[in-house]
Ligand binder design. Structure first.
Ligand code: ZN
Ligand code: ZN
Length: 198
C-alpha cells in the first residue's frame, strides 16, 4: 500500500527531532540554545519568552537586545513589575537604556496582547507578562504585592459564568484586596512592641 509509506517515514522520525526542528528559529533567540531532545526541559519562563519574542518578530518589529531584555524580565517575573521596576532590571545589563525605551516596548506588548496591564492605584500600572490573558489578582494594600491565585475555582469562573448566563465574555475585572501574610506578621509584631513599651 503506497499511501502507507509517508506515514511510515513520519513514525520513524523521532518526535523530539521534529519539535526541536520546528522551534529552532524561536530557540535561537535565547542565549543558551537548547539541544535537540531537551525540549521537555524548557521551563515555562523560556517558552513564555519564546512566544513573546516570536510574536513581536512575526509582526515585523526588530528584536533589539534591549527589547529582548524587557521581554526576559516580563517572562521571568511573578511580581507584576511596573515599568520603572523593569527599567531597573534592564539597566543592570544595558546601562544606556532609557525609561522611554522600556515604556515603548511594554506598550507594544500590551497592544499585541502579550502583557496584561493592571491598574492598581498608586500611580504606577503593573504588568503581567507570564499570563497575558485577563485573570484575577490578590493585591496587598500595605506593600503592593500582587499575586496570581493558583486556585482552580478562580480559573474556572469565566467558563461557569458563560454556562450560567450565555454571555459572550470579552473582558473581565476581578481583584481581591487585602493584607498579605508578611504584612500581617509585621503589623502584629509592631502592635506587640507598642503594647510592651506602653
Ligand atoms: Zn503586604
Ligand atoms: Zn497576574
Amino acid at each position: 500500500m503506497r499511501a502507507g509509506v509517508p506515514f511510515f517515514i513520519f513514525f520513524l522520525t523521532p518526535p523530539h527531532f521534529l519539535i526541536s526542528y520546528l522551534h529552532q528559529e524561536q530557540l535561537s533567540l535565547i542565549q543558551a540554545p537548547i539541544k535537540r531532545g531537551e525540549r521537555r526541559r524548557v521551563t515555562a519562563t523560556e517558552s513564555r519568552l519564546e512566544t513573546m519574542a516570536e510574536r513581536v518578530r512575526g509582526l515585523g518589529y526588530r528584536m533589539t537586545p534591549q527589547r529582548l531584555a524587557v521581554l526576559r524580565v516580563l517572562a521571568n517575573s511573578r511580581e507584576h513589575p511596573s515599568v520603572e521596576e523593569i527599567y531597573d532590571e534592564v539597566k543592570a545589563d544595558f546601562p544606556m537604556t532609557s525609561l522611554a525605551t522600556i515604556y515603548k516596548t511594554v506598550t507594544l506588548l500590551k497592544e499585541i496582547g502579550e502583557v496584561m496591564e493592571l491598574h492598581v492605584g498608586g500611580g504606577r500600572n503593573r504588568y503581567d507578562g507570564r499570563r497575558p490573558e485577563p485573570h484575577p489578582h490578590l493585591i496587598c494594600l500595605h506593600c503592593g504585592e500582587i499575586l496570581d491565585p493558583d486556585i482552580a475555582t478562580v480559573d474556572s469562573l469565566p467558563d461557569e459564568l458563560v454556562r450560567e448566563t450565555g454571555y459572550q465574555i470579552v473582558g473581565q475585572r476581578l481583584d481581591f484586596f487585602g493584607v498579605c501574610p508578611a504584612c500581617q506578621t509585621a503589623q502584629a509584631e509592631a502592635d506587640a512592641a507598642e503594647e510592651a513599651s506602653a
